[in-house]
Design a protein around this ligand. Sequence first.
Ligand code: SF4
Ligand code: SF4
Ligand code: FES
Length: 366
Amino acid sequence: MTQLRDDLKEQKLLTMTMDGEIVDFTEGETIYEVSARNQKDVPTLCYDDRLEAFGACRLCVVEVEGIRNPVASCTTKANDGMVVKTSTPAVEKHRKTLLELVASENRNIDVDELSGYASQEFANLIDRYEARTGRFAGKKSGTTNTKDKNPFILRDYDNCISCYRCVRVCAEREGDYAINIMNRGFETQIITEFNNDLRDSDCTFCGQCVQTCPTGALGDKKALRDADTEGEVKKTRTICPYCGVGCSVDMLSKGDKIVGVQPAMDGPANEGALCIKGQFAFDFIQNEDRLGKPLIRREDGKLHECEWDEALDFAAAGFKKARDEYGRRSIYGIASGRAPHEAAYTMQKFIRASFGTNYIDNCSRA
Ligand code: SF4
Ligand code: SF4
Ligand code: FES
């Protein structure tokens, strides 16, 4: 092992010993990051790898040689020559006690998986550490905000564990600062400015707080409409159909029914972020008012269903009439921001080649 360490040193790699193995790391990495890269299963609750480490829950503690008490691995930088143990009987006991403390004051550990992307993290840890004991039953913190009538986000702070992931994601990822923390200890409460409804705050309803909440204290109200619908939740990776950014999403379905959307944390364009439309505006997909056929406004002034051939001929005649009567510059093409490259290319070709005008644009700018 000493030889390996000397070899790595010669290559100017920083190394530490983790659970008896030499591992390398880059300057600035935390112990937790090194442990995750080396497939160690260190539990976390207040950690979200997209956010600045916060060090609130102390679940990620590890033993470091030469330091008396276990340290939070998510906020402690790795050092050259460090000797770390990620799992010892003392560390595991510490983690279990912490979970029992938190679980004792949470009204509801088992929340529906439709609540949000991270909503099962807490329940899974409670099961892993067999921490459903109610051992520290007593005073409870958090008050459910039942008065908040926003249509998208359930705010059930009875289940809040004060990890502040919601507050931090809102500030660090959305740049919104719509929510914050009031009071300390058992009186801690997540609030909006002046403790108003979310609708009256700066909230953009991006849903990121919902998706990072590890307990379901914040829940996706729209997805939860189908909590009692029969069937397993299936996730299908796809791209949001709205703008041209191309955010990756997982569509949630039960049987044939689309019940919700979750952002893909590994989506290259969005890394777990969405806007209000991508996150919550999916009802149109299965709306019974969706057009199944083209419509033509006929002599009676009303829209009538028709076949595609007739609709295309009708549109072509309209374009021709406009060009003949008012000139080529009377025609202006606007590509949809939802169109793929190929459709946008075809649109500009159609306008330029067929009508001889460069009057084109796209809806993101128009
Ligand atoms: S609402 Fe959820 S994310 Fe926010 S502090 Fe409470 S448990 Fe953490
Ligand atoms: S929905 Fe987005 S903007 Fe609103 S509080 Fe949550 S993270 Fe902040
Ligand atoms: S995950 Fe490290 S302190 Fe919470």
